[in-house]
Design a protein around this ligand. Structure first.
Ligand SMILES: *[C@@H]1O[C@H](CO)[C@@H](O)[C@H](O)[C@H]1NC(C)=O
Ligand SMILES: *[C@@H]1O[C@H](CO)[C@@H](O)[C@H](O)[C@H]1NC(C)=O
Ligand SMILES: *[C@@H]1O[C@H](CO)[C@@H](O)[C@H](O)[C@H]1NC(C)=O
Length: 196
């Protein structure tokens, strides 16, 4: 009986972890642009900070969770795509000011827990992307849809009358924390040309 409860407890402990995505091995940490691409592709969601357009925090930073995808698994583009509706509070901010910052961390995968890295440790690699959120054009919309719907199947069922549209972060600045010694800067050109 005791063994039964023990193994049940072990199973329950294991379950939430097995639900998370396992990531392939990290690129070498000194190849910062590759690490940035790796993090961007490994994460299914991020914290998006906008400048609030809502009282009582109008003009102040406002971070919120969004599902993202830079491509179907194994087809990384580096471009964080989002599926948005203007009914959403942060998207209302973006209509006033499209400037945004998107943070993604390997803490969102199984990696950091398995390695026993605290989310704030640079070893638990994380990136901060800054730029503007833009609606994607007709040429890009098919890839954006494939990128998001392949990794967020539930999106297909989101209410049709909410006016969903595909958007992306047009990245202008990139910061990477992947090792000790301070934050590193990667240019968008280095980022997009890196082999993920
Ligand atoms: C990363 O480190 C490895 C091993 O020290 C070295 O061979 C490689 O050239 C370095 N790459 C970069 C981009 O600095
Ligand atoms: C659509 O966006 C892509 C990516 O930004 C760009 O390369 C392409 O020229 C755009 N197409 C049109 C028709 O504006
Ligand atoms: C993306 O942002 C850059 C820098 O602000 C800007 O020059 C460029 O026109 C933007 N791209 C698009 C597709 O609007």
């Amino acid at each position: 009986m005791a063994l039964y409860y023990l193994s049940l407890a072990a199973l329950l402990w294991l379950l939430p972890q097995s639900r998370g995505a396992d990531v392939p091995p990290l690129p070498p940490r000194n190849e910062t642009a590759r690490v940035a691409r790796f993090v961007a592709h490994s994460c299914d969601w991020g914290a998006l900070a906008t400048l609030s357009s809502h009282e009582p925090v109008r003009g102040l930073p406002f971070a919120n969770v969004f599902s993202v995808s830079d491509g179907p698994l194994g087809q990384s583009s580096g471009v964080p795509y989002l599926y948005l509706t203007t009914l959403e509070i942060s998207v209302q901010d973006l209509k006033v000011n499209p400037a945004a910052s998107l943070t993604m961390s390997l803490a969102q995968t199984n990696y950091c827990k398995k390695q026993e890295y605290d989310p704030q440790s640079p070893l638990c690699a994380h990136i901060i992307l800054s730029g503007t959120i833009q609606q994607v054009n007709d040429t890009e919309v098919d890839f954006a849809k494939l990128a998001l719907f392949s990794r967020h199947p539930e999106m297909v069922t989101w209410p049709k009358d909410h006016g969903w549209f595909f958007a992306k972060l047009n990245i202008t600045n990139i910061w990477v924390l992947d090792y000790f010694g301070g934050i590193k800067i990667v240019t968008p050109t280095e980022y997009y040309s890196a082999k993920p």
